[in-house]
Design a protein around this ligand. Structure first.
Ligand SMILES: [Zn+2]
Ligand SMILES: [Zn+2]
Length: 249
């Protein structure tokens, strides 16, 4: 768990999860939290959506790994998500187009578009994307290896499909989903398509029973208030993720 917060201040990093030391899911903080050697070992980055708190450090990772590997770092998501990333970030204005730049035979980054519901595999990790309910094109992922499956919802308001797919998943070990705002900010959460502890509780009823639910994306200044509201829900499956911890499933 490299970064778990829905904001940034010293010591608090934006969302990024490192799976099996070779695959990032979102890159709000991969460059701030991994050494350059660790960044060079990455095979790919799965992107949930293009909000800056989820893609903001891909440019620095690309810069850091320039000339360190033979193969391209694969940037993977739905094609419309990748198109936006290309057009608005790697456009030679905000940052160089690292899908063209190369220090050898291959470009530094290669964008790989996937279809919703299509199973793919990278570095021994199988993954499938499903759309969730955020304010733009956004997906969550089911990620599996020989030890089991983990569901990452990405940023989402109340949603349906990915929870249905969670019921069908083989050996589901953990659900990672979001809680961004305290209950008094429910109107903001509704507009921005995020969850509060109260709306999260409704979502938990759609999820398979007995699976631990790990939470990320809390706004930093509401961390304690959200933690208290979660406790009051009396739902033992819910746990806030701790940044920097290693989780084994
Ligand atoms: Zn977002
Ligand atoms: Zn976010």
């Amino acid at each position: 768990m490299l970064g778990s917060y829905g904001g940034r201040e010293p010591g608090c990093y934006l969302p990024s999860f490192l799976f099996n030391e070779c695959l990032l899911v979102d890159a709000g903080s991969g460059a701030s939290t991994l050494t350059v050697a660790e960044q060079s070992r990455l095979k790919g980055i799965l992107i949930s959506h293009t909000h800056l708190d989820h893609v903001g450090e891909i440019p620095f990772i690309a810069d850091n790994i320039f000339g360190t590997k033979d193969s391209s770092l694969l940037i993977i998501s739905l094609q419309p998500v990748l198109d936006d990333l290309h057009k608005y970030l790697f456009n030679n204005i905000i940052w160089p187009d690292f899908t063209v730049l190369s220090a050898g035979d291959n470009p530094i980054l290669e964008f790989i578009g996937i279809e919703e519901g299509e199973e793919k595999c990278i570095a021994g990790i199988k993954f499938i994307a499903y759309r969730v309910n955020h304010s733009l094109n956004a997906v969550g992922y089911l990620l599996s290896d020989e030890n089991g499956t983990v569901l990452f919802s990405g940023d989402t308001g109340p949603t349906e499909k990915i929870w249905k797919k969670a019921h069908e998943a083989d050996n589901l070990r953990a659900i990672i989903t979001e809680v961004s705002f305290p209950n008094f900010m429910k109107d903001v959460a509704e507009v921005a398509k995020h969850l509060t502890p109260k709306s999260l509780l409704e979502e938990t009823k759609k999820m398979p029973a007995d699976i631990p639910i790990y939470l990320y994306h809390e706004k930093i200044r509401f961390h304690d208030e959200i933690a208290k509201e979660l406790e009051k829900l009396n739902e033992p499956r819910l746990k806030m993720l701790v940044q920097g911890e290693i989780y084994e499933f």
